[in-house]
Write a protein that binds this ligand. Sequence first.
Ligand SMILES: Cc1ncc(COP(=O)(O)O)c(C=O)c1O
Length: 340
Amino acid sequence: MTHSGEHPAHGGDLAYATRRFGTPTGGWQDLSTGISPWAYPVGEVPAQVWRQLPVDQSGLIRSAAAYYGADPAHILPVPGSQFALARLPALLESASVALPRPGYEEHARHWLAGGHTPIFYRGLAELREAAEAGRVCHAVVINPNNPTGERVAARELLALSQSLPGILLVDEAFADLWPSLSVAAAVSSNPRLYVLRSVGKFFGLAGVRLGFLLGSGSAVAKLHSGMDPWAVNTPALWVGERALADRHWQISQRQRISEAAQALSQLLANCVPESVECANSGLFVTLQGDRPYLQALFTKLGHGGIFSRWCYSAANTEPAWLRLGLPEDKGRRLTEVLCD
Ligand SMILES: Cc1ncc(COP(=O)(O)O)c(C=O)c1O
């Protein structure tokens, strides 16, 4: 896929970075996504995995049920959580929907395309207020939020769901570092609660395209019935089953990511002015506030061969933010560019 244009089409749009800054000596250090730079070691894939049609999902679903702590009957494998978040709104009757701003913009795009009326909220307190006042039917919570890193406790989400007449969709694409945040176990007893999980971020396997929609409500069956029977391919089933069951690797991955995020956060906090807030979200660190400063930092990093994710509202109605994923090199290159 190639894109031309003024703005990156998505995190990881290195074609945009090259158009904007030229090709850096030594290549790009891409910190524009929240994908772990340490991927699950796939190893050698048996030949029949490439040959066989993906008929049997039971092994993957078993691993996913144990990993997410959810009932296997309520787990639907999908080719990336994006697949489900893009289709779910069209399966629900048009209504008002509360969406986080800032938040992963793909949610807003698809709820709008599905004929719903978006109502944007900033932080849980605003969402709770809108729900309690009866101003919203459905709600989306990204937990932790991308890009702000706001985390909401599971019990708060469960209480929120009770105050909504419609569904609560909790996007847990970045939740693997905090298993206790997850509401996946609660979907079986609450048919208006849906959860999205991704194998792309924490496991560093975004290219495999594997994720899950968890839920006991009718939207899961509707999504399933509209899916191609081979939508999740055999290599994805094979690697997903192993990665989700590999507790040893998960423990060291959690440790590796927490240390890298802590170091990145410290490095950035030491060099940004007081007008900029620094939030550590595990798989990325987000700076928010002073727009000219952040814009200049994005440009400086770009010229130094480091691609970050930069966003601001043209009308200046929202705080600008700059998001950096975890560097693989313990921040060596970032330190060089920042100290330059
Ligand atoms: C918050 C959030 N949810 C879901 C996705 C989709 O991820 P995937 O389709 O790789 O599971 C993304 C991708 O960046 C994201 O940031």
